[in-house]
Design a protein around this ligand. Structure first.
Ligand code: GRF
Length: 200
């Protein structure tokens, strides 16, 4: 049976877009049942709708964090979502919410965690002068950008790279790695098989 995904975004939604397209093409044996954003102005919402995927705004502004998370959890249960996919979602989920969905929330981060967690990771890695950075996909636990690592892929910082070219390289890798992990999940049914296994 096709897996049912929900994707949370806050901004552009380029990872989300790639995931929806890869579900539609059959590369990932799943469907994106809905997309949700904490920011009504997130450009990714329109992008999702143009790909015929329902997109909604979470009620953080009106109801606060607990109200927004409760509403989201109800929808996740009602829609029988198998995996909640964080793709540039800028809010920290509460321990209560994470525990309700233990092992069913996945995140992508643009660094080799545990290096450079939090926001602005690519720029901070660039300013620190690292020669290698990369991308991490992990299960979400109660801490920020933390939890069992499912995949990591390194990205070299070349002599000719600028911050902008490094960002482009990292985003290209993100799009590929996230879809690959979700394809494996859609085929094998759960993610525990990948825990602590380096996939690249
Ligand atoms: C990505 O770099 C992701 O790793 C980070 O936020 C960014 C989201 O980009 N968590 P997009 O909205 O998918 O284009």
């Amino acid at each position: 049976m096709k897996k049912r995904l929900a994707v949370l975004i806050s901004g552009k939604g380029s990872n989300m877009e790639r995931i929806i397209k890869n579900c539609k093409s059959g590369f990932i044996d799943a469907s994106v049942v809905f997309v949700a954003s904490d920011r009504p102005e997130a450009p990714g919402l329109e992008k999702a709708r143009s790909l015929e995927t329902p997109a909604l705004v979470l009620s953080y502004k009106e109801t606060g964090k607990h109200g927004a998370e409760s509403g989201l959890l109800e929808k996740i249960i009602r829609e029988r979502i198998d995996m909640l996919v964080l793709a540039g979602f800028m809010r920290v989920l509460s321990p209560w919410f994470v525990n309700q969905l233990a092992g069913k929330i996945i995140n992508i981060h643009p660094s080799l965690l545990p290096a450079f967690p939090g926001t602005g990771s690519i720029e901070r890695a660039w300013k620190a002068g690292v020669r290698v950075t990369g991308v991490t996909v992990h299960l979400v636990d109660e801490q920020v950008d933390h939890g069992p690592i499912l995949a990591q892929e390194p990205v070299r910082v070349g002599r000719d790279d600028t911050l902008e070219s490094l960002e482009r390289k990292i985003h290209d890798v993100e799009h590929r790695v996230y879809s690959r992990i979700l394809r494996d999940f859609s085929r094998h049914g759960n993610l525990s098989a990948f825990r602590r296994r380096q996939l690249v």
